[in-house]
Design a binder for this molecule. Structure first.
Ligand SMILES: C[S@@+](CC[C@H](N)C(=O)[O-])C[C@H]1O[C@@H](n2cnc3c(N)ncnc32)[C@H](O)[C@@H]1O
Length: 217
């Protein structure tokens, strides 16, 4: 098993108990996301952790599939779900790379606090594009540490060596935007929380077929 997945299995219970760092920013991101939701949407969340966001969003859409690489995260998420009456939400253990069969099945895909944990975020974003229906959206929240916290790199590497941290990719905001645009997404909305300038929340759209055709000339 990948050492990062082992890390998330080990820390799932602590992660579930941890309060949201910035409640106001979290609420704003939920609210911005829900502006793009419609009741007939099929939604996929990748790297859902213990499912708190999925439980909030699912009642706003038709179906909601929430996946995570860590079976411990998903066990906790399923337990939370069992104490609710939400009936359109499924939690599944899966890596982003395991989702190929879900080609173009979703009106919206969410990756919240995930892309900076993946070695090749550009490849991950290209993979996400294949899961989004033309005209659908991609919602991401990503720590972009390269611009202001590059000095953390050696600390992060040592912490990872000793099993105290997962792999972290040091991305800049511009690199993230470039990856999204190079994959074929159009940026619709970006938001940087006041108290966390290293984080960027982005809503991007996969152009509809007609638009793709016209942009190719
Ligand atoms: C920082 S947590 C974020 C959890 C949740 N999205 C949130 O915002 O609280 C990252 C999650 O991504 C999962 N993860 C890491 N790499 C993954 C991958 N390649 N595919 C799917 N999930 C992954 C981890 O198991 C962990 O639960």
């Amino acid at each position: 098993m990948d050492s990062s997945v082992q890390f998330w299995n080990r820390t799932a219970e602590r992660y579930a108990r941890r309060p949201v760092t910035d409640e106001a920013a979290y609420r704003t991101k939920l609210e911005i996301t829900q502006r793009y939701f419609r009741p007939d949407m099929d939604v996929l969340e990748i790297g859902c952790g213990t499912g708190s966001t999925a439980l909030v969003h699912a009642p706003r859409v038709r179906t909601y599939l929430a996946t995570d690489a860590s079976h411990r995260m998903i066990e906790i998420a399923r337990d939370k779900l069992s104490h609710t009456d939400v009936s359109n939400l499924e939690f599944r253990v899966a890596l982003l790379d395991d989702l190929d069969e879900l080609y173009q099945q979703f009106d919206a895909v969410l990756c919240l606090n995930l892309l900076h944990l993946i070695r090749d975020p550009g490849a991950a974003i290209r993979k996400v594009l294949t899961l989004v229906k033309p005209g659908g959206i991609f919602v991401s929240n990503t720590a972009c540490l390269k611009d202001t916290k590059s000095w953390l790199r050696p600390v992060a590497a040592i912490a990872r060596l000793f099993g105290f941290a997962p792999f972290v990719k040091f991305l800049s905001k511009q690199e993230l935007v470039n990856h999204l645009q190079e994959a074929g997404f159009e940026i619709m909305h970006t938001w940087v929380p006041e108290n966390a300038s290293d984080v960027v929340f982005v809503i991007a759209a996969r152009p509809s077929m007609r638009h793709e055709g016209s942009s190719k000339g």
